[in-house]
Each structure stands twice: as C-alpha cells, then as structure tokens.
Design a protein around this ligand. Structure first.
Ligand SMILES: [Fe+2]
Ligand SMILES: [Fe+2]
Length: 350
C-alpha cells in the first residue's frame, strides 16, 4: 500500500512538473510573440490548468436567466471580444481568441439576451439599461430670477450663435459634436465633489454618483450618434480644442461658483432639448433619413428591434430634460445657501 501510495505521489508530482514545464514554454512563446495562444476549455489538454492564469475566450454556457440577473456572480475567467470590436480585431490581423494577459483577470461573464443572441457590449451591462421616461415635461423652463441666473442664461444664449452658424441644419453632426461637450460638466462636478468628500471626511449625499451618471449618460449619447455621423478630421480637431478650453473653464467655474456652473448646465440642457426637437422636425419633414437605430441604442434604451433614429432622438431628448432638472435643482440648492449633500441626490433619475 505504501509503495502504491508513493508511486501515486510520484506520478502526481511528475504530472505537476510536466504541466509547469508546459506553462513555462507557453509563456516563453507568448513573450517572444512566436505563437498566439488560444485555449478553449475542453479542447486542449491542460487548458483547464492554465486557464486560471489567462484570460481566454470560451463559452461559459450563459442563459437568458443569467442576463436577467447580472448582479449575481457576474465575474469569471471568461473573456469575449465584444461583437463591435471583432471587425477591428480582424482588421489588425489578430486572432480574436488571442490570450490577452497571463495574469488572472476579473472578466465579466457573457450574457444572452432574451432572444438568445449574445449581449454584445462590455461598455455597459444589462443592469445599466433603462426605458426612458419620454413623458417628462419638455417645455419646463427656469426663469432667470437674479444676476447669477441671468449671467448663466445669456452665456448659454450667446454660445448658441456660433453653434448655429457652424452646424446650420446638420443635426446629426451637431448632436454628435455637442455631446462631446455635454459629457464634461457631470464629470467635472462629480470629480470635484469626490475630492471634497475626501478632504472633508464626509458623504456627498449621493451627488457624486448622480453627476457621474449624467456624464456617463451623455457619453452614451455620443457613442450612439457617432454610429450615424462620422466626424471629419477638422471636426475631431475642433473637439480636442473645445474640450481643452471647456474642461478647464468649467473646472475653474465650478470651484468659484458651483451654483453658476449648475445653472449654466441647466440652460445648456434646455437648449439641447430645443435642438433635438428641431432634429425630430427635420426627420418628420423627410429632410433627414429616418434610418434604423444603431444596435447600441436599442440595447441601452431597451428600444424595440425595429426602432429608428427618430426613436433614439426622442429618448435622448428625454434624457436631456432629466439633466436639465438635475442641474437646476442643484443650482437651487446652492442658491438657498445649502450644500448639495443636504438634499438627497436624484440617483437613477432617467
Ligand atoms: Fe446628451
Ligand atoms: Fe444632457
């Protein structure tokens, strides 16, 4: 018995050594770039032993049930090149199953949608999607009541003039370009409140998350519109320039007067509602083609499969109305001499 046990032990040790030697050889191959390692569980011997150290693409046997409950057990060692990036990966000549890292990565599971198709996005999850409240009052307007409000109002009105001159009726391009700016205030405000929370050892009342949610939502508007309007090189250059100026200006403004900063953003959102209303009018007149909605928009706003760009503009406009309310609310809190943390933040307000 003792001898058999010793034999088993030797055999196990030998197997471990063999496996280790294989792993070293594979790692060397990886380093030298001589071979791209692609492992599929159940296909290559030893893959299961190697898999915990690598991010590999494999089917984890997802189900519609998993897609409905993304909050639980959301991570595993699986990795999937998102469908939207497969073309890019193929153009580079890479194997989409190429090992990305030898380090144990925290990778999200793959999910299937209710229709059985694979969830295509790594940039957002099922839990981040929502059905927009399009019944929100679009005509709500904050009347300037004091000097700060008037400064904010006329600043925004004056910014509209060069914007109208530059874009004229190119609403798709206009939406795409303006979303690059619209995603700045929430990030700046959220960032500054984050640092304030650290400095003062106190909670933000949820406002950090609320403002970062707004920034992310605006960025998703951009990710959507760039699917239907491709920026020219000079438009990209303009975005870089405007971002450099606007970020710094808004950053300083938020430090000096968060009340004015939020009020300006509130009025910017009112202008955005107006612009998207004009966008819809042009679609209805037939001046802009009512093309199918990009897949990213269908998933993000839970739109029907046959949704069009008109549906997308409608939900984006509703988002802008929500941002308008959040920012005028924030400006009012400051106007009343309070700090944002003293009023509950409108987290998840869509
Ligand atoms: Fe937006
Ligand atoms: Fe907005």
């Amino acid at each position: 018995m003792v001898s058999r046990s010793a034999d088993n032990e030797s055999f196990t040790i030998l197997n471990h050594l063999r496996s280790l030697a294989n792993q070293v050889l594979q790692y060397e191959n990886l380093k030298l770039g001589k071979a791209k390692l692609a492992w599929n569980l159940g296909v290559a011997d030893g893959a299961r032993a190697w898999a915990p150290f690598m991010n590999v693409r494999h089917n984890m046997g997802t189900s519609a049930a998993a897609a409905k409950a993304p909050d639980h057990d959301e991570y595993n060692e699986g990795h999937q090149v998102p469908a939207v990036l497969e073309k890019e990966v193929a153009e580079r000549g890479d194997d989409p199953q190429t090992v990305l890292s030898k380090y144990w990565g925290i990778m999200s599971k793959t999910y299937n949608k209710e229709d059985g198709s694979t969830w295509a996005w790594n940039c957002f999850r099922v839990k981040d999607t929502y059905a927009s409240n399009v019944n929100i009052d679009l005509g709500k307007h904050h009347k300037p009541e004091n000097l700060v409000d008037s400064v904010a109002y006329w600043t925004v009105k004056s910014l509209r003039i060069p914007t109208d001159l530059f874009f004229r009726k190119r609403y798709g391009c206009r939406a795409m370009m303006l979303e690059t700016v619209a995603a700045v205030p929430g990030m700046v405000g959220g960032m500054l409140l984050h640092f304030e929370s650290l400095r003062r050892f106190e909670h933000s009342g949820g406002w950090i998350r609320a403002l970062l949610e707004e920034a992310e939502n605006e960025r998703m508007h951009l990710m959507t519109f760039m699917e239907v309007a491709k920026p020219a090189w000079y438009e990209r250059a303009l975005v870089v320039t405007v971002q450099g100026i606007f970020f710094n200006a808004y950053f300083l403004l938020y430090i000096l007067s968060p009340r004015l900063a939020h009020r300006i953003t509130g009025y910017l959102e009112e202008e955005a509602i107006y612009s998207y209303t004009q966008f819809l009018a042009e679609i209805d007149k037939g001046n802009i083609a009512n093309v199918p909605a990009p897949p990213i928009a269908i998933d993000y706003w839970r739109l029907p499969k046959d949704a069009t760009i008109r549906d997308v503009v409608t939900v984006v406009r509703a988002d802008e109305a929500h941002h308008r309310d959040v920012n005028h609310f924030a400006a009012d809190i400051h106007h009343n001499g309070k700090r944002l943390r003293e009023a509950p933040a409108p987290i998840g307000y869509h």
